[in-house]
Design a protein around this ligand. Structure first.
Ligand SMILES: Nc1ncnc2c1ncn2[C@@H]1O[C@H](COP(=O)(O)OP(=O)(O)OP(=O)(O)O)[C@@H](O)[C@H]1O
Length: 224
């Protein structure tokens, strides 16, 4: 696969620049069985800085199951996932620091405000919380005026926008997104497309699922 220029991101496996690895996410011979059913077998692909994968397939094909394997939340029956050449089973902590996973459930604290949620995530992610930057990010995703409302008062689409704001503040190298376009209006779809394009341009890696046609030429397609 093509490597798109110099990556902005470096993998956080070490603090020493001399030992930084070339960014990649690679799947080798991955099998997935759920219940009695073989969902996919002997899956191979590799992604480098600035590349992405759009995983498609009918309901129940195994898209979410694949994403969970890529995050390390579940272990494969056989095969492995490597981050910058190292199995994620061996480098789970450093891998976790480099990955942002957005699943079906929004994982927001309903009783905290939008701003407080981002502050909470910054603490969990071990990054410095900057109020001005965070407010600018909320504004970018049309949440100005909603910053201090409890998340329980936000609509489903507004919660998704809040998660997009998190994507900009978290600065993870690898984004793994399960149906990120679901529930978005046309404006939010454009905001998300731009955000994904930015991530790829900065040398990040994206794996996402969804049934939409996406206008991102850097995304390859995997049909399960
Ligand atoms: N923990 C589990 N135990 C047993 N079967 C499971 C488990 N998790 C998922 N499955 C089954 O695995 C199959 C794939 O599920 P998965 O959620 O990966 O599909 P999907 O492609 O993401 O579907 P959708 O488009 O509906 O979100 C389904 O048939 C599902 O019932």
């Amino acid at each position: 696969m093509l490597i798109a220029g110099q990556p902005t991101f470096m993998t956080a496996t070490t603090s020493s620049p001399s030992s930084q690895h070339v960014l990649s996410l690679e799947v080798r011979g991955l099998n997935c069985i759920r219940g009695e059913k073989l969902l996919f077998s002997n899956l191979h692909f590799s992604l480098h800085a600035g590349q992405g994968l759009h995983v498609r397939g009918e309901n129940g094909a195994g898209k979410t199951s694949l994403l969970r394997l890529l995050t390390g939340l579940t272990k494969p029956e056989s095969g492995e996932v490597l981050f910058s050449g190292i199995s994620i089973a061996q480098a789970s902590e450093s891998y976790r620091r480099n990955v942002l996973f957005m699943g079906h459930r929004d994982a927001l604290k309903e009783d905290l405000t939008a701003l407080e949620n981002l502050e909470m995530y910054a603490a969990l992610d071990g990054i410095e919380f900057n109020t001005a930057t965070t407010l600018a990010s909320l504004k970018r995703f049309n949440l100005k005026g909603r910053e201090d409302l409890p998340v329980s008062c936000l609509s489903a689409g507004q919660k998704k926008r809040l998660l997009m704001a998190r994507m900009t503040t978290r600065k993870a190298v690898v984004w793994i997104l399960d149906e990120p376009f679901n529930g978005l209006d046309l404006v939010a779809v454009k905001l998300l497309q731009d955000l994904l394009a930015e991530q790829l341009q900065q040398g990040g890696i994206i794996i996402l699922t969804g049934h939409q046609v996406l206008q991102l030429p850097q995304l390859q397609v995997l049909d399960l």
